[in-house]
Design a protein around this ligand. Structure first.
Ligand SMILES: [Zn+2]
Length: 77
């Protein structure tokens, strides 16, 4: 990892929950505040819930399954 010159971290709003996110190398989930929010966003698309009206949004059980799968698969750092 490189040590870029940083005088002040960039702050953005999480696209999912609008929480303030500090954009740093320490946050692999940017622009989201957490893995949870990132998966919620990805899951919404993969799930097709954007086009299915009347279907309930992803609930906590689905999210936990997604998180478990992501943890098991891992991803390139
Ligand atoms: Zn968030």
């Amino acid at each position: 990892m490189s040590h870029a010159t940083q005088t002040r971290p960039l702050e953005i709003a999480c696209p999912q929950c609008r929480k303030t996110v500090t954009w740093t190398d320490d946050n692999p989930f940017r622009p989201f505040c957490s893995k949870r929010c990132r998966l919620l966003d990805l899951g919404a698309w993969a799930d097709g819930s954007h086009r299915i009206a009347g279907e309930p949004a992803m609930d906590e059980t689905d999210l936990d399954a997604l998180l478990a799968r992501a943890d098991r698969d891992g991803e390139p750092a």
